[in-house]
Design a protein around this ligand. Structure first.
Ligand code: LLP
Length: 421
């Protein structure tokens, strides 16, 4: 459920007409709903009720300060994967002891920063990283809390580019080697193992891969405890999928996922951490764009929008489907027609949808890309020298620009000329 609905023939974001925001902000832009963000966060919180837990929002999905602050105010921790994300989390007021640090390439500088300002745990992804963090922590006279991200060799049955739990993926340490690695950590003065971490992929629409992975984590918990390790937390990653097509898809609900966790790991007496990103932010955001031209090609009509692949890369990168809806509600009985919906960037890959059935549209009409809140704005670039598009947050009947559109001068002035030019 989200809060982008038609009311009196027009698309609203909560209680604000989307067209009104477009008139003030200009297109294209991202638009988020506070009510949807907080609702989705709470669904996870409630799904884990009765178990000690922390929901660490995977801020890679959408990391605007206003979004982070909204979620932090609901009690969210954060899952970060870079020094930049760590700095954003701290800037949004998230205390260090609610931040978990994931990622395969943590640098010494990132480790030092997190150890200085506070960290709940590092999710270690390799032995070289383990050695380095140990050295860094010892040099600072501290002990770094860690989990080891184990790779359970489970097929997440999702798009190959976002599956992470198979043995051929770059993530984690093979689960078969975990006991050896924990034994090594126990000898290290700079590290303290506090739990186990696993994350098998993103946009999972089936719970079975989770069941397999969680069972393996449960067995490993028992084995490590028998070896004398103090396993207190289980970080189960993120990845729960969302419906991208209205009506046709019914991925598992956070409550089903929570029940599966309870069933497979609830008896371990561990604190459960999860790192959802897409389900929190995905359907809490839309991208609003305007039709620049309607062009009749050979046997097909193109809707050329002012939004492009640099603004929303998911269709070009993963062949992802986003529902695209007109901001003015189509009249009942109107005949739909197929369009290729494209952006102005000079690549054929700048295609959002092919032969998509839409009501007839004309120059100047507004459309909204649904389910664009996660991995939308954060993956944008300035390709074709198109400045990053603004982000806007709605809350009830109010809205605010939470990231302004840079001017061309601001974009150009980031470049500097060497003295010989
Ligand atoms: N935890 C870890 C360690 C992750 O790598 C990820 C996502 C998450 C949590 C959050 O997963 P989520 O709940 O959002 O599925 N750009 C791609 C998705 C990449 C996901 C990367 N890792 C897309 O647009 O589909």
């Amino acid at each position: 459920m989200d809060h982008f609905l038609y009311r009196d023939g027009a698309l609203f974001a909560e209680d604000v007409p989307v067209a009104e925001i477009a008139a003030q902000v200009g297109t294209p832009f991202y638009l988020y709903s506070t009510a949807t963000l907080t609702r989705h966060f709470r669904l996870f919180d409630e799904a884990l009720h009765g178990m000690p837990h922390m929901v660490c929002y995977a801020m890679k999905a959408a990391s605007n300060q206003a979004i982070l602050k909204t979620l932090a105010d609901c009690g969210a921790g954060m899952d970060v994967v870079s020094g930049g994300e760590y700095a954003r989390a701290i800037a949004a007021g998230v205390p260090g002891d609610k931040i978990v640090f994931s990622g395969v390439g943590k640098t010494e500088e990132e480790m030092r920063t997190a150890l200085t300002h506070g960290i709940r745990q590092f999710n270690l992804e390799s032995e070289p990283e383990m050695e380095r963090l140990n050295r860094v922590a010892i040099s600072m006279g501290v002990v770094a809390p860690v989990t080891v991200r184990v790779n359970p060799d489970v097929d997440a049955k999702t798009h190959a580019k976002i599956a992470t739990g198979k043995s051929e993926n770059k993530f984690g340490i093979p689960i078969a080697r975990a006991r050896e690695v924990y034994a090594r950590i126990a000898q290290m003065k700079g590290l303290k193992a506090v739990g186990i971490d696993v994350h098998i992929g993103s946009q999972l629409v089936d719970l079975e891969p989770y069941r397999l992975a969680f069972q393996k984590v449960g067995e490993l918990t028992d084995a490590l405890r028998a070896d004398g390790h103090d396993i207190q937390r289980l970080d189960l990653g993120g990845g729960l999928g969302i419906p991208y097509t209205r009506g046709n898809e019914a991925p598992p609900l956070p409550m089903d996922y929570g029940n599966l966790i309870r069933e497979t790991l609830g008896d371990k007496g561990c604190e459960i951490e999860i790192e959802p990103g897409r389900l929190v932010a995905g359907n809490a955001g839309i991208m609003v764009s305007q039709v620049v031209y309607v062009k009749s090609g050979e046997g097909r009509d193109f809707l050329i929008l002012d939004g492009a692949m640099n603004d929303l890369i998911r269709p070009a990168m993963y062949d992802a489907h986003h529902d695209i809806v007109p901001v003015v509600e189509p009249a009942a009985g109107v005949e739909y027609q197929p369009y290729d919906i494209v952006g102005p960037v000079c690549e054929s890959g700048d295609t959002f949808a092919k032969q998509r059935m839409m009501p007839p549209l004309a120059e100047g009409d507004l459309v909204a890309f649904r389910s664009a809140g996660a991995y939308g704005a954060v993956m944008a670039s300035e390709y074709n020298s198109r400045p990053l598009i603004p982000e806007v947050l709605v809350n009830g009947d109010q809205f605010a620009v939470i990231r302004a559109r840079p001017t061309f001068d601001e974009m150009i002035n980031r470049d500097t000329l060497p003295e010989w030019l």
